[in-house]
Design a protein around this ligand. Structure first.
Ligand code: F0G
Length: 350
């Protein structure tokens, strides 16, 4: 049986590393591409979700972090820093721990999910909460990395996108070709840029075409839909609560060169899509990750989904990171019974 060795070893010939490099890996990538039958039937296409919550720290960030941290070690740096809405900091903390590096994370106070906060803490990162949003955190860490010997591991670091592009390679490998349409949530816009790079490079590795790229933002944090940065982004999907995306030009190029679009969905649409993914597909994702499914359902309602198209959606992060949002408004009191089979049968109405 083939044993997955992490994205750098698996795609070494397509990444800026060699077999001589000391590769920092937690075995990331190799994630499932899961068919979504009921959603496929509803939208009249074949819909698959790329389950990035299966990565070592529960999000797609691990693909970029194995490459970013490998390069940091190669450069001989000892401290890494990032701004984060939670997943980048969780991933940076874990990979820095593995490599024996100091890790500093700047997060918007009170606006990251509890599971992500726990990850940064248990992996030993130094946590700084900023009385501001992600965009402001990113400004601080960019300056810090310019003025001090600290390596920045946000997606403005080009090694991040190099690693993240491998998800597109995997989709091509899993389907046998590129899909007609690829959908994903858009926040700081690194991932959409990485996928577009990956799908274009896949043309030299088995793909016969590139997909249209459909990006989805949260309505309260949709600078690409507005056409300009947003000052006070707000959404239940805290991972993409971002108003001033760093990879603006690359994301616009991905959208336009692919013949795609970037649209917005409401928080209610996001939570509805999250519940449907859990209930009907068996995949529990965090709210931001449900945005592409919400965007797909909305496009289908407008009659804009090509009949029979193959559509892949990246679901970016694991639902376990943010159980509070998933359980909000739900009945969570289980029935309590004595240790008794008849009471169990009665409780089940059998
Ligand atoms: N989905 C999840 C779960 C995320 O954590 C992020 C970004 C995105 C989507 C958007 O990806 O920024 O490349 O457009 N999270 C970053 C973080 C900002 O700090 O964890 P993007």
């Amino acid at each position: 049986a083939h044993v997955w060795r992490g994205i750098i070893n698996e795609y070494l010939d397509r990444l800026p590393f060699t077999a001589e490099d000391r590769i920092v890996t937690l075995g990331e990538g190799g994630t499932p591409l899961v068919h979504a039958p009921s959603i496929s039937a509803e939208v009249g296409a074949e819909v698959f979700v790329k389950v990035e919550g299966m990565n070592p720290t529960g999000s797609f960030k691990d693909r970029g972090m194995t490459s970013a941290i490998t390069q940091v070690v190669k450069d001989g740096d000892h401290t890494v820093v990032c701004a984060s809405t939670g997943n980048t900091s969780a991933s940076a903390a874990a990979y820095a721990a593995h490599a024996g590096l100091r890790c500093v994370v700047m997060i918007p106070q009170g606006k990251i999910a509890a599971g992500k906060m726990a990850q940064a803490i248990v992996h030993g990162a130094e946590l700084v909460q900023v009385d501001g949003n992600f965009d402001e955190c990113l400004e601080i860490v960019r300056s810090l990395s310019e003025d001090y010997p600290i390596a920045l591991v946000n997606s403005v670091n080009p090694y991040r996108l190099q690693g993240q592009k491998t998800a597109a390679f995997e989709i091509v490998d899993q389907l046998g070709d590129a899909p007609d349409i690829h959908m994903l949530p858009v926040g700081n816009a690194g991932n959409i840029s990485a996928y577009w790079m990956g799908f274009r490079e896949a043309l030299s590795h088995g793909a016969t075409r590139t997909p249209r790229v459909w990006g989805v933002q949260a309505a309260g944090a949709a600078p690409f839909v507005a056409g300009h940065p947003i000052k006070d982004p707000e959404t239940v999907a805290t991972a993409i609560r971002i108003g001033k995306p760093a990879s603006w030009d690359l994301a616009v190029a991905a959208r336009d060169e692919s013949g795609g679009w970037i649209r917005a969905v409401s928080d209610a649409q996001i939570l509805h899509a999250q519940a449907r993914l859990a209930d009907e597909v068996g995949v529990f994702v965090e709210p931001a990750s449900a945005a592409p499914i919400a965007g797909l359902l909305a496009a289908a309602a407008l009659g804009e989904v090509p009949r029979g198209a193959t559509i892949t959606c990246t679901v970016t992060g694991n639902g376990l990171k943010d159980t509070a949002t998933a359980l909000a408004g739900r009945e969570v009191e289980p029935t309590v019974i004595p240790v008794d089979v008849e009471a169990a049968a009665a409780a089940l109405g059998l």
